[in-house]
Design a protein around this ligand. Structure first.
Ligand code: CA
Length: 361
């Protein structure tokens, strides 16, 4: 008996020692080896470059960081639920996690658009500053809490393009009756300028434009738009993307699923979403220009700048629309004030830093 006890004790000592003789804390009740198998549903076509690969990369990073303890299977739009059903499905726990953009939920929560993008609002760098050091993320969490969701910034495309048009836009009059796919507050601005905004998920845009169901569409920028072959459905490619100057994409986690995770896995989600948020912007920054060269030089795309009077008109309307979005309720008011105050402050500094430098370069 004594010999057996000594052998067991020796085995325990060996199992508690690392290679360098360092003690490894004994595992508790096996809590740190539990595997969490989650589903992440997305608003993007499966593996779409940039937008669709980001959630795949996020899942991959989390699997590696957690040594397989957080094992997330990613679903493209329509595989488990429709693109625009992601918010409700994660809220209800159909999936533990989702990846999309907050402006898609504006019909349900009007102030959500502030956490994706606002026409003539902040760019990617400014959005990240507001979200992570300006109180934005806390307000976003407060906004999503009644829906049982914990949001994270998880991607940014940078300034987008104004979009693809089947006719030239030479004046404000050319917006009259224009049927355009454009989500979020930008769509409301277009409506007040005389157009008809349509909200369609990415996967439905090409066919709608090609068949004439819509006259124009905005999507993202050259890298993503080329992947959708939008240049084969419309000839004129306009800039700048006044409607989406720095759209933040989101990862959302069902609150009960979040609460069920040990602290280390929660920390991994915090870090991995931040990494993906940065990674997507880097990828778009690296790839947009090459895609634009292909569009213009190989496909004969007509690149056009929106005329100044059109931009000025859209900007004036945007001001009204953004102000009204802050009047929906008390929380929307706080979100609006936080966003616009941050933008106003950061714009002043960026006028003498980023902007002054780009002008001087
Ligand atoms: Ca867009």
């Amino acid at each position: 008996m004594k010999t057996i006890s000594l052998v067991i004790m020796a085995m325990i000592l060996v199992s508690c020692s690392g290679e360098g003789g360092q003690d490894i804390p004994a595992a508790g009740a096996g809590a740190d080896t539990k595997v969490y198998r989650w589903k992440m549903i997305t608003t993007w076509p499966k593996n779409l470059p940039g937008l669709g690969t980001a959630p795949e990369n996020l899942a991959k990073k989390l699997r590696a960081m957690s040594n397989g303890r957080l094992d997330i299977k990613v679903y493209g739009a329509g595989e488990l639920v429709g693109a625009l059903e992601v918010f409700d499905a994660v809220s209800q726990g159909t999936a533990q996690m989702g990846h999309g953009a907050a402006y898609y939920w504006r019909g349900k929560i009007p102030a959500a658009a502030f956490f994706a993008t606002v026409p003539f609002g902040m760019n990617a760098q400014e959005m990240n500053g507001w979200l992570h050091y300006g109180g934005g993320l806390e307000l976003w969490r407060e906004l999503y809490a009644p829906f049982n969701l914990v949001p994270f910034a998880a991607g940014n495309s940078g300034v987008q393009m104004a979009g693809w048009f089947n006719k030239e836009i030479n004046s404000v009059d050319d917006l009259q009756g224009l049927k355009m796919r454009i989500p979020g507050l930008g769509g409301e601005v277009l409506a007040r300028a005389g157009g008809t905004p349509v909200v369609l998920p990415g996967g439905e845009i090409f066919t709608a434009l090609q068949t004439g169901v819509i006259d124009a569409t905005e999507w993202v920028g050259p890298y993503n738009d080329l992947a959708f072959s939008l240049h084969t459905a419309a000839k004129y490619y306009y800039y700048p993307g006044w409607q989406e100057p720095g759209p933040t994409l989101e990862a959302m986690v069902n609150k009960e699923a979040w609460d069920s995770l040990p602290a280390d896995l929660q920390a991994m989600i915090e870090v991995a979403t931040r990494a993906i948020n940065d990674d997507m912007l880097s990828e778009f920054t690296a790839r947009n220009n090459a895609a634009l060269v292909t569009l213009v030089e190989e496909h004969g795309v007509q690149l056009r700048r929106l005329p100044d009077d059109v931009l000025l008109k859209l900007k004036a309307i945007s001001k009204e629309v953004v102000a009204e979005a802050g009047e929906e309720n008390e929380l929307a008011g706080r979100i609006h004030d936080s966003y616009t105050n941050f933008q106003s402050g950061v714009s002043k500094y960026h006028a003498i830093s980023e902007q002054a430098y780009l002008n001087a370069r």
